[in-house]
Write a protein that binds this ligand. Structure first.
Ligand SMILES: [Zn+2]
Length: 313
């Protein structure tokens, strides 16, 4: 419960709203790169919540979720607490339609970062010291990468009771227990005694309306749960998964999906077939065990070993 809110030495008072342009670095052209951060404070104390998208610059559903919430003025009259809204955390990737920063590094594997490190490391450093430090908890919006579609799902580490609570309140179609990944934003938050719940929905570089609306709905439920906004809605069923497996391509070829995300499949059920352009072979891909399909690839051509389906249990 923050008494002060200060980002990059710019403080935001109770009852105020501010746009803070956090200077990150400079492009080769000399253009300065700023990270725009929207901060909203109620007159009443309460939790400080981060809503962030675009840590992977091509995962635009998350950008759209935060953008729409700013546009709809969801945070303009908070009943208590503060919201820090960052639609695009990876400005470089967003400009280049890419997951990473220009040197090919993933910001989400670069935490806590360093001021004298590579671009990814510098962005991570700024997010760690100027944003994470200020918050109590946050929702970080992602999508599947590399042609993979994720059915709307929250991800949290089961060792973090607050993350479990937030995930339950968010009430996405699916919740998946998922261990912390080294050097990730979520793990860095945990090290600082903060909580980040990740929402994964849709596919990179594709708007998916179901993913966007479910993300906004979940974020509003979380803010309402902590008394920050007035909002009520009907609860929906969340399929709770405590583990997941990947089903991979047994051979290279042309992929035809027979099952899709959100469907329940039984063990040995046929998920897809892989063929070659000449009709010489047809390989059936079967579910190694039953469960709910929580993600699938949309790639029409696959190589042996490529991830085809993500099945949760
Ligand atoms: Zn991502």
């Amino acid at each position: 419960m923050n008494r002060t809110l200060s980002i990059d030495n710019q403080s935001v008072k109770y009852g105020d709203k501010a746009v803070i342009n956090l200077n990150i670095a400079r492009l080769i052209s000399g253009t300065e790169i700023d990270l725009p951060i929207y901060a909203y404070r109620s007159k009443k104390p309460g939790p400080t919540v981060l809503l962030s998208g675009g840590l992977h610059g091509d995962e635009i559903n998350g950008v759209e979720i935060v953008r729409r919430m700013i546009d709809q003025k969801v945070f303009d009259n908070l009943k208590c607490g503060s919201v820090i809204a960052i639609p695009v955390m990876n400005i470089y990737g967003f400009l280049n339609f890419s997951r990473e920063v220009p040197d090919g590094k993933d910001i989400n594997r670069s935490f806590p970062g360093s001021l004298s490190g590579s671009l990814a490391s510098r962005v991570a450093y700024n997010l760690t010291h100027k944003v994470l430090q200020e918050i109590d908890f946050g929702l970080d919006f992602h999508t599947g990468g590399a042609n993979r579609y994720n059915y709307p799902q929250t991800r949290f580490d089961p060792s973090d009771a607050r993350a479990k609570e937030i995930s339950e309140v968010f009430n996405a179609s699916i919740s998946l227990e998922s261990k912390f990944i080294d050097k990730s934003f979520r793990k860095q938050a945990m090290k600082m005694d903060k909580t980040i719940v990740v929402y994964e929905a849709g596919e990179s570089m594709r708007f998916d309306e179901q993913s966007i609306t479910e993300g906004i709905l979940g974020a509003k439920k979380v803010l309402a749960h902590f008394g920050m906004i007035d909002f009520t809605s009907e609860p929906q069923e969340t399929i709770k998964c405590s583990e997941s497996i990947w089903v991979r391509a047994k051979s290279s070829g042309i992929l035809h999906l027979e099952k899709t995300s959100g469907q329940f499949v039984k063990s040995k059920e046929i998920l897809a077939t892989i063929t070659d352009p000449f009709g010489n072979f047809k390989t059936k891909i079967k579910a190694p065990k039953g469960g709910t399909i929580i993600g699938h690839t949309n790639a029409p051509l696959v190589n042996q070993g490529d991830a085809l389906y993500h099945i949760g249990n």
